[in-house]
Design a protein around this ligand. Structure first.
Ligand code: SF4
Length: 342
C-alpha cells in the first residue's frame, strides 16, 4: 500500500499523525520542524522522536519529497522542470533568474478547467488538484531552491480553484514554524473568481495578480470563458472594497495580442475601469501555441502600448519573455511529455 505523504501537512494535521503514533500533541511542531526547517529526507532522520514512534510513523507515512523527472534549459538561464505526480501525469515548474532576483513559478493543478482560449494548459482539460505537498515539492525540490528570492503561483491551473491546498501551502511557506518567507515575496495569480478573491485576501498577506487581458466584456469573454460567471466589473468591485495597505500589491496581467487588445480604445477603457485602484499592469507578449489564431505583437508595438498606458497615468511594465527556446507557453512541455507516454 502506498504510504501517505507528510510533506505539505500543517501542524494542525500533524497533530492527528502524532496521536496515531502515541506522541504528545507538541510532537506535531517537532515533525513540522523536521519537514520544513531541517529538511529531513526520511522519518528515520527525526531523531528527537522516540525510535518506537519513528517506526510506527514509518509504517504508514513517508516525507514524500520527489525530485524533478526532467529539465529543459533555456539560453537565458530559464529552466523548466517537469515533476511527475499521480497517474503518470506531469506538471511544470519554471525557474526564472533575473539579475538579483530568482523566481520559481508553481503549478497548482494538473490541467485546468478555466478554458482560456490562449492557453496550452487549458487544452489538457482539468485532470486534478495538486495537494499542498505537490505544490511545495516544486519549491523545495527545485535544484536552485537555495537561490530563490520570489515565488509566483502562475503555472498550470487556477490557484483560487484549489484554494484550500493553496492556502495550506502559503501557510507553510510564511509561518515561523515553516519556511518563514515574507508574504511580500509571494504573488498568487487568478483569472478572478470573485467570492474566492475575498477569502484569499482575508486569509493571507500575499500579493494578488489578476488576469485582465481586455477591458471590454465581450472581448474578454471571447478570450476567457470565466468572464461569464465572474465578470471583470465584479472582480474590480471586490478589489476596490479591500484595503491593500502599504505592503500589499494588486497587479493586472495583460497578455498582448497583436491588433486585438492593444488599441487606443483599450487604453482609454483601461484608464476608466482602473481609475482609483493603486495597481500596475504587467504586459506579457503572447507566446504562440500550436493551432492558435492569435499572434504576438512586435517589441516596438508593445513598447508603444506601454508608453501610452503610462501617459494615461497607468503604471505599465513589459514582462521580458523568458525561456522562448524551451516551450515558453505554460503547459506546452507537460503536454508534449504526456503525449509521449500515450
Ligand atoms: S491561463 Fe491559467 S486559468 Fe486560464 S486556462 Fe490557462 S492555466 Fe487555466
Amino acid at each position: 500500500m502506498a504510504k501517505e505523504r507528510l510533506y505539505g501537512k500543517t501542524p494542525g494535521e500533524l497533530s492527528a499523525v502524532a496521536a496515531e503514533a502515541g506522541l504528545p500533541s507538541y510532537a506535531a511542531k517537532q515533525i513540522a520542524g523536521w519537514l520544513y526547517k531541517r529538511g529531513a529526507p526520511e522519518i528515520s532522520s527525526m531523531t528527537d522522536l522516540s525510535l518506537k514512534a519513528r517506526t510506527l510513523l514509518d509504517q504508514k507515512y513517508e516525507t514524500g519529497l520527489t525530485p524533478p523527472s526532467s529539465v529543459a534549459s533555456g539560453a537565458d538561464g530559464t529552466k523548466k522542470y517537469l515533476f511527475r505526480i499521480a497517474d503518470n501525469r506531469f506538471i511544470e515548474t519554471a525557474f526564472i533568474p533575473d539579475r538579483e532576483r530568482a523566481t520559481v513559478c508553481l503549478s497548482v493543478q494538473s490541467g485546468c478547467r478555466m478554458g482560456c482560449h490562449f492557453c496550452m494548459t487549458a487544452l489538457q482539460g482539468f485532470q486534478g488538484n495538486l495537494s499542498s505537498g505537490d505544490i511545495l515539492n516544486q519549491f523545495v525540490s527545485l535544484p536552485e531552491h537555495s537561490l530563490l528570492t520570489n515565488i509566483v503561483y502562475m503555472g498550470m491551473g487556477e490557484p483560487l480553484d484549489n484554494l484550500e491546498e493553496v492556502l495550506k501551502s502559503l501557510e507553510i511557506l510564511t509561518a515561523e514554524w515553516g519556511y518563514g518567507w515574507s508574504p511580500t515575496r509571494i504573488t498568487v495569480s487568478t483569472v478572478g473568481l470573485t467570492g474566492k478573491i475575498s477569502e484569499f485576501l482575508e486569509r493571507t498577506r500575499c500579493h494578488l495578480a489578476v488576469s485582465l487581458h481586455s477591458p471590454f466584456d465581450d472581448e474578454r469573454l471571447a478570450l476567457m470563458p470565466v468572464e461569464k460567471a465572474h465578470p471583470l466589473k465584479e472582480v474590480l468591485d471586490v478589489i476596490r472594497s479591500y484595503d491593500f495597505g502599504r505592503q500589499r500589491r494588486v497587479s493586472f496581467e495583460y497578455i498582448v495580442f497583436r491588433g486585438l487588445n492593444d488599441t487606443q480604445a483599450h487604453i482609454r477603457e483601461l484608464a476608466r475601469i482602473l481609475n482609483g485602484i493603486r495597481c500596475r499592469i504587467n504586459l506579457i507578449r503572447f507566446h504562440n501555441i500550436p493551432g492558435s489564431t492569435y499572434s504576438s505583437p512586435g517589441q516596438k508595438e508593445l513598447e508603444a502600448f506601454r508608453d501610452s498606458l503610462n501617459a494615461k497615468g497607468i503604471t505599465a511594465t513589459i514582462r521580458a519573455s523568458r525561456g522562448e527556446d524551451i516551450s515558453a507557453a505554460c503547459g506546452l512541455l507537460s503536454t508534449l511529455e504526456q503525449n509521449k507516454k500515450q
